[in-house]
Structure formats: C-alpha cells, structure tokens
Write a protein that binds this ligand. Structure first.
Ligand SMILES: Cc1ncc(COP(=O)(O)O)c(C=O)c1O
Length: 365
C-alpha cells in the first residue's frame, strides 16, 4: 500500500484516523533526537524545556492559563485521569469512542463513581442539550462527551450543554476530533482532553488536558504521581504535596520529542490561524458532503453549518460499504470503513480542489 504523496492529488482524507505529522514536526523531532544523542551537562534540562513550550502553546489556543494546562500522552490518558478524579454520577453516551467510555467504567469498577448511560445508544444519535436535559437527575455530577462525534462528525453544542448542566456540574470533553479542525469557544468545558495525532498533526504520544478553574479544583489528582509533586528531586522518602496547578496530574516526565512535536504543531496552527484552518477544513468537508449527495448516497453527517466539523460520513445500503471502501482504496483514497454501511472521510487543509473533484468522481463511479 502506498502512502500519501503530498501532490495535488493527495487522496488522504483520513485525518480523523490520524493526521500525517507536518514537515516542521518531523524537523523538530529530528533536531531533538540529534541533541539527545550528543549529551552534555545541560542537555536533559534543555530537552525538557520543550514541555513548557508545549504548555504555553496549549494555553494560547485554548485560552486557558498555563497553570491549568497539563501535558498527556493521549486523549485516553487525560480522560482516565479525569475519570479517576471524579465522584457522583457521570452521564455518558455508550456511543462515545471507547476512549471516553472505558475510563468511566473502570473508575466505576474501582468504586469511585457511578456511570449513568444516556438512553438511545446505537442509533447514531448526537448528544444534544435536549437529550442531556431529559436524562439529568440531581445525582449527576458531570457529563462526558466528545466535541465532535467520531461516527458522524456532529459538533456538540458546548454552550448549550453547559446551559442545561448548570454551573455546578462538570462538562468533560474528549476534544480530539475537534481541536484543530473547528473554531469554537472552549470556555464552557471543565476538563478538555485532546490528543495531537489527528487534526493537529503532531504525531502519536502527544496530548494535553486543560481545565477550567472549577475543573482544576474539582478533579482530584488521584493518579498524580511523583512528577506532579513539589520538590520532585528531593529524595527524602516522604510523600510530597502535589503542585497547585494542572501538572498535579502528571505521572512522569514526558518525552521531550513528543512535547516538542506538540509545541511545533500548535505553533503552526496558531500561525496559520484557527479560524482560517477550520474554514478550509469545513469547506473541503462541505464539498465531500455535496459529492455524497450527488452520488445518491446518504449523508450521515449534519448539514447545519454550526453542527458540522471535519468529518463527513457516507451511508451505504447494508453490506455495500466494504466493497465501496476497497474500490476507493484501490484508487488511492484513504478513508475509514465503519461497519458494513458507513465510510468516513476527513479532509484537511492539504486536501486540494483537484483531489476533492477526483473523490467526487470516484464516489459517483
Ligand atoms: C473521539 C475519540 N476519542 C479518542 C480517540 C483515541 O484517542 P487517543 O489515542 O489519543 O487516546 C479517538 C480515536 O482514536 C477518537 O475518535
């Protein structure tokens, strides 16, 4: 199987699966690796400086103060640490990507909280403020939801969800399918867990957790370890108090290679502009949605501009999608097959008009 070509006809429309790291990300990692291979007295400190560069870049793009930003290795890690830090009853759709289901179920099994499932699983239903309002009970302390649904590309109404939750309940968001693909106000979110390997194009092993003031205060650092403690290099056999900020959730010192990769990817996004990037991704996604309509397939993604993101899904008659997916792959198209009736497309700013035209022709074919 051949990889992406970076040419005008790059038919890699699978950024919801993973985004190819950018050239600048690759250069950063290579430079940091080369530095690590020629160590001197200050090399370790120099390399770990990438950590703060990445936190600063996260702070800039989320508009959350640096003190409330922690780096992670993945969305899953951020969600796991959040889940084990909460109590009460957590409302959750069982249709969330498993990374946003297992942490809650494991925290429940550990006796820390109870999971309350949102009724209506398995029907491609979006998590709307109305569904959440209908399922709320006084015992619910938090809602865990994706910013963008990995199955359909439905963009959650974060402000609407916040409104029905009220000021006390926490809004925990799996942001990996949204951050870098959409422009939105993240301020309604109390804990935002993001991985950098998809829309941010930072590569695997990158991610962050960003908290609201309330989120930082209420998510206990249950899994915070020595790297989240004060005076971590004072080896006196005692358990030190954890630091005051989000880094209290830190488990160990992260790889400078992944921190550098995340910092570079976020700085590139900031330089390109979130609004411009999101508009270009949205426009490419819209062109694919039109092509799905023109091909007589069923569009399973939202049509309303405010509910759309970078993911576009074509519905096929039951059993027909695997063959269509194989035909697209044979023509060089990278996409994701879901079950036997759905194909998911996820273009980026690198997806050219010529590539979109070619994809439209292949869909019709
Ligand atoms: C919505 C969603 N959350 C989480 C993940 C997994 O994220 P990570 O590998 O960063 O834990 C994915 C896809 O892999 C996803 O689509």
């Amino acid at each position: 199987m051949t990889g992406g070509t970076n040419s005008e006809l790059d038919l890699y429309v699978n950024h919801a699966s993973y985004g190819p790291p950018t050239a600048a990300v690759a250069e950063t990692v290579q430079r940091l690796l080369a530095t690590a291979m020629r160590p001197g007295p200050t090399t370790s400190a120099e390399l770990h400086g990438e950590h703060e560069r990445a936190r600063a870049a996260v702070a800039r793009l989320t508009r959350v103060p640096v003190s409330r930003v922690a780096l992670t290795t993945s969305t899953s890690q951020g969600l796991l640490q959040t889940a084990f830090g909460l109590g009460g009853e957590v409302l959750l759709s069982r249709d969330e990507f498993p990374a946003n289901v297992y942490p809650w179920v494991r925290a429940e099994a550990a006796g820390r909280l109870r999971v309350r499932s949102l009724p209506g699983a398995g029907e491609l239903l979006p998590v709307t403020p109305e569904r959440v309002a209908a399922a709320l009970t006084p015992a619910v302390t938090a809602l865990a939801v994706s910013a963008v649904d990995f199955r359909t590309g439905y963009r959650a109404d974060l402000a609407g969800l916040r409104a029905v939750l009220g000021p006390e309940r926490l809004l925990v968001v799996d942001g990996i399918q949204g951050f870098g693909a959409i422009e939105t106000d993240w301020s309604p979110v109390d804990a935002l867990a993001v991985g950098g390997q998809k829309w941010l194009r930072a590569g695997w092993g990158t991610g962050f957790l960003a908290f609201s003031e309330q989120g930082l205060a209420r998510v206990e650092p249950t899994l915070g370890s020595w790297a989240g403690a004060e005076d971590q290099a004072r080896y006196d056999g005692t358990i030190h108090p954890l630091v005051a900020g989000a880094e209290r959730h830190a488990v160990t010192n992260l790889s400078p290679f992944t921190s550098g990769a995340l910092a570079t990817a976020l700085e590139e996004l900031a330089a390109a502009g979130v609004a411009d990037t999101a508009a270009r991704i949205g426009s490419a996604a819209g062109t694919i949605a039109d092509a799905i309509d023109a091909a007589g397939l069923t569009l399973l993604s939202p049509r309303e501009p405010e509910r759309r993101a970078g993911i576009v899904v074509a519905g096929y008659p039951a059993g027909a999608a695997p063959e269509a997916h194989a035909r697209l792959a044979a023509a060089g198209v990278s996409s994701t097959l879901h079950g036997d009736s759905r194909i998911r497309f996820s273009p980026h700013v690198t997806t050219s008009p010529a590539a979109l035209q070619r994809l439209a022709a292949l869909l019709r074919g």
